[in-house]
Design a binder for this molecule. Structure first.
Ligand SMILES: Cc1ncc(COP(=O)(O)O)c(C=O)c1O
Length: 379
């Protein structure tokens, strides 16, 4: 078993705690310059006051046209603008979809380990979430079938590409099997393609296989910046989207922030968004290499080379609570992984480690060496 070498001692003795909890787009060279340039152009527009003082609702026709071209790369073709919205982020969309697509008495099915906000958003929408078993390929189609047979499932939420928290990437075959179950039971699919643009060789979204069933979401939070508070929604068709919008015309909580929309559209049009996405992917790749170097030899890490985090199997001698406490004593902040568990699911021996929360590669190395030391101490 490789030992933490003494020349890493100084890396493990940094004073301030190293946060390894949250995931976000890492800062990359040129980002600030692109944003300054984009904002400068927006500031010079005659409609600047309108941008700041009026609702932009779900984006202008131009925003949507630019978005449709960009998303077309993931969706294998430009979606019709009548199916597309700009919104105030994935969480806003989910709150609306959970409350509108899931009538009382029906439930949402989701991977049993999932995005920490899912249970809370469902609670706000007054809906319940049922856990569906997963394996290394993501949500199991047979488990979804079983859930659909035994419960009134109205919608399935899935995050197939770079699953949070396990990092799995669902194969095209599994996607097809999930679609077949959803079709058989008439269940809507809510696809969260949060990592679609930053994942190398990402399979085509489920939305390309079953557009008639799928509500496709792509946030800017991981491929540009979470502070923009913006995500795209592509609905199954214009009618379903009109029906959804018609029921909540005055709810501005999910309108896209005007300045953000103007900036995102500008960044895509000038090609800056592509550069930023490319640089983010390079930065994640570099951080993944550091993780492979330090934790890879321990054989406890699940990851994909484009993931913002890794998912660890803890040695049996560690409980999660003790590991989180021991990490805190070593100056590394971790979160209890139960935030990723749907009620009824227990996580006994895993930890999610963010590779992008540490500000620098040196901080990341420092954090990973401390984690490696703790893991090794009880192997
Ligand atoms: C699975 C998943 N979906 C979506 C998001 C982003 O949500 P939002 O667009 O509301 O920032 C995250 C961010 O952590 C996530 O992990």
């Amino acid at each position: 078993m490789p030992k933490v070498s003494s020349n890493t001692k100084q890396l493990t003795e940094a004073k301030s705690p190293i946060d390894m909890t949250r995931t976000m787009a890492p800062e990359v060279p040129g980002f600030q310059e692109y944003v300054i340039e984009g904002l400068g152009k927006i500031a010079a527009l005659p409609e600047l006051s309108d941008i700041a003082q009026r609702h932009r609702f779900h984006g202008t026709t131009h925003d949507k046209a630019v978005a449709a071209q960009w998303l077309g790369r993931r969706l294998g073709g430009t979606p019709n603008l009548s199916r597309l919205l700009l919104t105030g982020g994935t969480q806003n969309i989910l709150m609306i979809l959970f409350s509108r697509l899931v009538p009382k008495g029906s439930v949402i099915a989701a991977e049993k380990l999932t995005y920490a906000a899912i249970g809370q958003l469902a609670m706000l929408a007054g809906a319940s979430v049922l856990p569906v078993d997963i394996d290394g390929d993501g949500m199991r189609a047979d488990a979804l079938e079983e859930t659909c047979r035994s419960h009134k499932v109205a919608a399935v939420y899935t995050n197939p590409t770079g699953h949070n928290p396990t990092t799995s990437i669902m194969s095209a075959e599994r996607r097809q099997s999930i679609v077949e179950v959803a079709r058989r039971h008439g269940v809507a699919i809510i696809e969260d393609d949060v990592h679609g643009f930053i994942t190398k060789h990402a399979p085509a979204p489920i939305a390309t296989m079953a557009p008639e069933l799928t509500w496709y979401m792509m946030t800017m939070s991981k491929c540009l910046g979470i502070g923009l508070r913006a995500a795209y929604l592509v609905a199954p068709n214009a009618e379903k989207l009109a029906q959804l919008l018609g029921s909540i015309p005055s709810v501005s909580a999910w309108f896209v922030p005007g300045l953000s929309a103007a900036l995102i559209t500008n960044l895509i049009e000038t090609g800056a968004a592509d550069q930023i996405v490319r640089r983010i992917s390079v930065e994640i790749g570099a951080r993944q290499e550091i993780a492979q170097e330090i934790l890879g030899p321990l054989g406890v890490m699940h990851t994909n080379s484009s993931s913002l985090h890794v998912w660890l199997d803890l040695p049996h001698a560690w409980t999660i609570e003790k590991f989180v406490d021991a990490a805190a004593e070593q100056g590394v902040t971790l979160r209890h992984p139960n935030v990723f568990a749907i009620p009824g699911t227990e996580i006994k021996s895993n930890i999610r480690l963010s590779l992008v929360a540490p500000a620098t590669h040196a901080d990341l190395r420092g954090g990973l060496f401390r984690i490696a030391g703790l893991l090794q101490s009880r192997m």
